[in-house]
Design a protein around this ligand. Sequence first.
Ligand code: ADP
Length: 618
Amino acid sequence: MNKKLHFFQSIHFKIALVFALLLLITFQIVGAYFLQQLKREDIKTFKQQTELSSYVDNSLIHNLTKSNIQQADDNIRDLLEDTNNSNITEIQVVDTKGTVRGDSDVNNQDLVGQKATDSDIKQVLYNAKTYTKLTYDRSDNKRYYVSITPLFSAGGNTNTLVGAVYLRASLEPVYSALNKVTTIFVTASLIATGLGMILAILISSAITKPIDEMKKQTSRIARGDYSGQVQIYGQDELGQLAQAVNNLSIRVEEAQEASEAERRRLDSVLSHMSDGVIATDRRGNVIIMNETASEDLDIDANIAEGQSILDILNIRGRYTLRDLLENQDEIVIDLSDENHEQILNAYFSLIQRESGFISGLVCVLHDVTEQQRIDRDRREFVSNVSHELRTPLTSVRSYIEALNDGAWKDSQVAPKFLKVTQDETDRMIRMINDLLSLSRMDSGTAKLELELVNLNELYNYILDRFDMMLKNQQHNKKAKKYSIKRDFTRRELWVEIDTDKFMQVIDNIMNNAIKYSPDGGVITCRLLETHSQVILSISDQGLGIPKKDIAHIFDRFFRVDKARSRAQGGTGLGLAISKEVVEMLGGKIWVESIENKGSTFYISLPYEEYEEDLWDEG
Ligand code: ADP
């Protein structure tokens, strides 16, 4: 666009050229006219100079009328020899009979006495009128002036023709003088034209300089550089144009800044939106994509640019661009794979001009993964709770029915039946209590009663209770046998916890370890610390947990073996509650397990080392 202008294409050159041509034409016309006039004048003067004096004329007339021809011819020759006119090349005197009576040219003396051959001379003798002509002699390349004048003798009233004088004069001096003038004139006009051209270049550069500056400034504006200003040289049209260019530059800059600010505002709105936004052109190719959308769809905005929205959303095949344009309902886009769940709702709307012309499409992506998960969890939870409660209730009802039908009279069966109903009711109460505490933790209404506790002591205390239980059941043959091994750090670990809740967690894990351990299994309880946390672990030698279930072990109502868990009075909520509690205390709970070998449950809690000295001093 901004091609360098060639000098010969510039206005600058054109103005100078026109100026020079004008000068040249003027000189041509003036020169032609002037030279023509000069030539005419010069020839006129020349003619006057070549005219013979009246003395010569009269003498010639006198001699021509003489009867003594020989003497007359001698007189004529003398006369012609005396005629000293440098312009005249030849004078010939002819009598009325056409006989040459004298010739000024020494070489032409033999012509004397002979008839003149020139037809013009004959014509003059016949017409008795002066004849003049300008001729060009090819033999010597010279121009000549020829004049043939009739000679009359004055006698009485009538003039009698006595002869004629043929006169030939070279015009070369006149023409060479004219040539000199012409040369001077041409040289002068060329010099004038040259000077005129230089002057024109200077003047036109004064005109084109501001134009050139404006050209440069406008191309700078086009490039987006508004810093420059065109210099204003005067108040003429160019000055006004320069002013207009400067104003334009300011206006364009303002407009550019405004639209830039608008774009930044839009960018910041888009980038801070929690929803993904994609804008496309008329053909559905992505032109803008905000960060959220690029994160949701896991594609770089730069890569997405220019691609079809159908490919970006991976909905080609299900929808066409026409579907999106015509029917702007929401679309559910499921991007889930085995390890990652992601569901997006896509809402479409058109970008339409006032004329109704559709210039693009805007797609808003709303991540509904969490919402869908919560919905699903809630449904599952309700169905689980109903299921969990229905089973014990059905069994309670069947026992009560049996009792009602008369079993109550049977002193053998009735107590057993009643025991079962009581156990089932207890389990239901436990379950409802568990659910209540979970719901309290969910809603955030569960209060923690934190206190600084010596964890070694607390852990020992809990395990002591299990040892005691074991001792109490020693005589019960049916009771499961197990032993508890303790492997504690020597260091006293003080941590801030809610003792009751924490005891519940350890109870839970210990009960599970016992429940799922084989008879006579060893349960190893460890307590150790790192510089920022304490770690408790409880390992059993039980049946372990299948790998696929490990991720779900802390889910509500999850059990590896539902029947077995229920038979042992489990609610399937113990580990879920434990997890909530540990997390409320800022810790973590996890499990490592090998099927048929055993499981180890770990609990880590945040821990700050207390300076022992501090205690000593205190
Ligand atoms: P439950 O009341 O069924 O014990 P939990 O939430 O305490 O409920 O445990 C959930 C499930 O985790 C149990 O049903 C069981 O399948 C599995 N589980 C828990 N602890 C162990 C363990 N130490 N060994 C093997 N499986 C276990």
